[in-house]
Ligand binder design. Structure first.
Ligand SMILES: Cc1ncc(COP(=O)(O)O)c(C=O)c1O
Length: 426
């Protein structure tokens, strides 16, 4: 199956596609036809590619495909979960606890030097049981049946976090992939799209620091994007889950851009933050969304019907994590060390660059899928082909074809071994 979409590269091209191998349903009459357009998830595709192949028996396999940090998380997480275990018997509120909301608001104010009063814990913060579900749910808030009399469009960068495309499709919108390639600093030029597309845009997903390329949007870029969202009246969702993993200056945030704007207007703006990467607790499933209070009221309402809030002990542990910076500073230092190591081992091969943020290497290996197979069969290293994170352009080229994504998530000793195997194999 091919999903048509429009891709904006150097030129605007229509008819781009994501290639999928959709399951054949026995009775399509009982299936929501929109969902037939959901492509296979990248990790399903990776299993399809690598499962039939054996890695060398003499080597321990190392998975660098999934962005799942393996650095330790603070001991107090376990202690707090245990101390609050009596609360597992209670249904947790979708709005979280007052302490959680306050800790999140205080963190935003500290991290982005926001003016007092701009973020009120009870109006501007709602927890998510992991930001993926929140990012997905947002499309159901923000996509109307029509925009400017046409099928609404949802814009996202290309490459993109797959949840954005899935949410757009499930909400009935047309996903439009806007290229974020090396030649444009890995930042998509949303404003350069055709007027006709912008007019029917209901929602834009943007990610800074970007997964997978690690590009960081400047305050100017964010200001322009906010202005564009106001001009064309679309919801702007900025995924900032890698905001605390950086090499150099802290990446600016969208709320920081709003703070500098007129009346600190948050209308139409939602920003997502997660503990998964910041605090190495992907399995805790905890993050939050901040921004437009009206949208958050609707977000909470939708969650009341179909949400799955984090358990109360998780809110308690998450509250302590947002209040603590020591573990975040230590965590960041581990990544800086590992990127230094990668620079030494890979030197300037495969277009190596140190990303400004996030924890991925985005390596130009010529043929990402072939390199993935080679790394698995010869070195027991599992990476993700770049093409699994990108949509094809209008002439059948996939801008991710040349790349592999390498998640630098293991401890230094494991990464040292893994990087040496990559350098030897490719
Ligand atoms: C860009 C991006 N956004 C959001 C998420 C979701 O993170 P979580 O649901 O763990 O908060 C991920 C996870 O890999 C990601 O890479």
């Amino acid at each position: 199956m091919r999903i048509t979409c429009i891709y904006y590269g150097k030129y605007l091209k229509a008819g781009a596609s994501i290639v999928t191998s959709m399951t054949q349903f026995a009775n399509p009459q009982i299936i929501n036809p929109r969902l037939a357009d959901l492509p296979d998830y990248p990790f399903e595709r990776l299993r399809g590619l690598l499962d039939p192949l054996a890695p060398p028996a003499a080597l321990d396999p190392i998975a660098l495909s999934l962005g799942e940090p393996q650095h330790p998380y603070p001991d107090f997480v376990g202690e707090i979960l245990h101390a609050n275990r009596h609360l597992y018997g209670k249904y947790p509120p979708v709005a979280g606890t007052p302490e959680f909301r306050q800790a999140a608001a205080d963190w935003l104010i500290r991290r982005y030097e926001l003016p007092a009063g701009m973020i009120e814990a009870d109006r501007h913060i709602v927890p998510c049981a992991g930001t993926r579900e929140g990012l997905f749910r947002t499309a159901f808030l923000a996509v109307p049946p029509e925009k400017a009399g046409q099928r609404p469009a949802v814009l996202m960068p290309n490459p993109f976090y797959q949840c954005y495309a899935g949410a757009a499709i499930a909400a009935g919108a047309e996903p439009i992939f806007v290229s974020a390639l090396a030649e444009n600093g890995f930042l998509p030029d949303f404003a350069g799209l055709d007027e006709a597309i912008l007019a029917r845009t209901a929602l834009v997903y943007f990610c800074t620091p970007a997964n997978p390329q690690g590009a960081v949007a400047s305050l100017d870029y964010l200001n322009d994007l906010i202005a564009l969202s106001r001009q064309y009246e679309f919801t702007l969702v900025v995924d900032e889950c890698y905001a605390e993993i950086y090499n150099g200056a802290p990446p600016p945030g969208t709320l920081q851009a709003c703070a500098a704007g007129e009346a600190q207007d948050l209308s139409g703006i939602l920003v997502f933050h997660s503990l998964s990467k910041r605090s190495n607790v992907a399995g805790l499933r905890s993050g939050f969304v901040a921004g437009d209070p009206d949208m958050l009221t609707l977000y909470r309402r939708l969650s009341e019907y179909g949400g799955n809030p984090s358990p109360l002990p998780v809110y308690a542990a998450a509250t302590a994590l947002w209040r603590d910076e020591d573990h975040v500073v230590a965590n960041r230092a581990l990544y800086v060390e590992k990127f230094d190591l990668a620079e030494r081992v890979l030197s300037n091969r495969f277009g190596f660059y140190k990303p400004e943020g996030g924890f991925f290497l985005w390596l130009d290996v010529g043929d990402g899928e072939a390199a993935t197979v080679e790394l698995w069969t010869r070195a027991a290293i599992q990476v993700l082909p770049g093409a699994y994170l990108t949509a094809e352009d209008g002439v059948g080229d996939n801008p991710g074809n040349r790349y592999i994504r390498v998640a630098m998530v293991h401890e230094r000793a494991v990464m040292e071994d893994a990087l040496a195997r990559i350098a030897q194999t490719l």
